[in-house]
Design a protein around this ligand. Structure first.
Ligand code: BES
Ligand code: ZN
Length: 461
């Protein structure tokens, strides 16, 4: 499969081209800041109910909790999403794909069986579901084989980050006879070390420097569980245009529903998933003249695996018909510094999708969008295929994200704002509907300057 295959130019997708130059009457609504939205924006915005989206976030982040790629929790979330789309009347399928994800758990027996936050190294070996239980032996920096204590044989090596590569440390531990490795950080935070191209035969997990110092006190027995998970899934929900000749454009709306270990992922990314479900509810009510697909992507957190798979399964004709991809990731943070709704694109340049959202934002009086470079979410595989794609995400004025994502604090109590969720849904929902619907110039006027605000998408050349 050629990842960078470009789509063919059969359709002409005009950014900001006027749909028509006729001047007729106007139906539009004043928005704060002197902007005004069209009757069509209002059709969407008035029906969006952020409270309903909140209920989806509640279910995903609290009823299910962390939804790590390949786990039963990820599958439960997929089934929930599938049910929701089916209830709305969408044609829906579960698209399964293979992954390789080592899911770690680290327990310390002498601390009352407490679970320590741990990431598996990329290239870690794995265990059966019972894991391995052994004494934890301090091995310093693990720089050279000779420096490993004898008693590490048959036990778990505790090694500090630094001086030599992670792979060298692990190779030494394997040679010394260790049955598992715990690497602890030398600075704040939790990292996911990579061993590649080395593939360790024993499990390797990484913990924080603080937890490392606790474990180093000695005498502890640890249990490392590192299960290999091999399957994840996307949920794909479709709706064909009302009058379909099979040749219309396709709009792909995406959000990932998986999370990292121990993170309920209320913002990253139950928020985007919930917004997608709410937009699916609102948009099903209206006639459309393009095809819409909603894709809840699995396994994003282990390297965009779900979106890569979905895009790889599109045939040439579907790629040619693709108008664009709206991806939503982390759109409900409560972090007060994150007041810019970024449209991340794979080249940092504006495209049809970012332009459309900036325009709908302006019409709704929400001049808070900015285009940024970013490849860290499911829009990237679409962008790499030449499909205009943007990821919508709240950040601060320097593009920094909220501090809680990928931690247990990414929960509804700490990291949720109904207002941010609603604003993002309004702007993105109005933009999607503008692309999907048939332009009708007499309803598409801005009453303040009598200009047409509609553009035409997916026109045949
Ligand atoms: N939502 C996050 C982070 C993110 C950061 C999205 C910046 C969009 C812009 C996403 O789920 C994530 O964690 N992405 C990974 C990268 C991915 C390729 C595994 C990350 O940023 O570490
Ligand atoms: Zn993430």
């Amino acid at each position: 499969m050629n990842k960078f295959r470009k789509r063919k130019g059969k359709f002409k997708f005009l950014s900001f081209a006027m749909a028509c130059l006729l001047a007729v009457g106007s139906i539009a609504y004043a928005a704060p800041g002197g902007a005004s939205s069209t009757a069509f924006d209002q059709k969407v915005v008035k029906r969006i109910d952020a409270q309903r989206a909140l209920e989806h976030i509640q279910y995903l982040s609290e009823q299910i909790g962390p939804r790590v790629a390949g786990t039963i929790e990820e599958l439960r979330a997929a089934e929930y999403i599938k049910d929701q789309f089916a209830k709305l009347g969408y044609q829906v399928e579960m698209q399964e794909f293979e992954i390789k994800n080592v899911v770690p758990h680290l327990y310390l027996d002498s601390g009352g069986n407490q679970e320590i936050r741990a990431n598996a190294a990329t290239g870690s070996g794995y265990t059966d579901p019972q894991g391995i239980t052994a004494t934890i032996v301090d091995c310093g920096l693990g720089q050279e084989l000779a420096a490993f204590p004898q008693k590490v044989k048959g036990n778990i090596a505790l090694i500090q980050r630094g001086m030599v590569t992670f792979a060298e440390k692990v190779k030494n531990a394997v040679e010394a006879g260790a049955v598992g490795v715990i690497i602890y950080n030398n600075v704040d935070g939790l990292i996911t070390p990579t061993l590649t191209p080395y593939e360790s035969p024993i499990p390797v997990v990484c913990i924080s420097s603080k937890d490392g110092e606790t474990v180093k006190q000695g005498g502890m027995v640890g249990t490392i569980m590192a299960e290999l998970k091999t399957q994840s899934q996307n949920i794909v929900a479709k709706r064909l245009p009302n009058k379909s000749n099979g040749k219309t454009g396709i709009v792909h709306v995406t959000a990932h529903y998986d999370s990292v270990p121990l993170a309920p992922g209320a913002n990253d990314n139950a928020s985007g998933t919930a917004a997608m479900l709410e937009l699916a509810r609102v948009l099903k009510a209206y006639p459309i003249d393009k095809e819409i697909r909603f894709i809840a992507c699995g396994a994003e957190e282990i390297g965009l695996k779900g979106s890569e798979y979905y895009v790889s399964q599109l045939n040439d004709e579907e790629i040619t018909r693709s108008i664009g991809n709206f991806n939503m990731d982390m759109i409900a943070t409560s972090y007060d510094k994150c007041n810019i709704l970024y449209a991340d694109t794979v080249d940092g340049e504006a495209n049809l999708i970012s332009d459309t959202a900036i325009a709908s934002g302006a019409r709704l009086g929400k001049d808070l969008l900015a285009v940024n470079y970013g490849r860290s979410s499911d829009h990237a595989p679409f962008g790499d295929f030449g499909i205009p794609a943007a990821c919508f995400i709240w950040g601060d004025d320097k593009g920094k994200l909220e501090p809680w994502y990928h931690t247990p604090e990414d929960n509804l109590a700490i990291n949720f704002s109904l207002a941010k969720l609603e604003t993002a849904c309004d702007v993105i929902g109005a933009a999607i509907y503008e692309v999907l619907r048939k332009p009708t110039p007499n309803l598409d006027r801005n009453p303040l300057d009598n200009q047409l605000v509609t553009r035409q998408f997916g026109k045949l050349e």
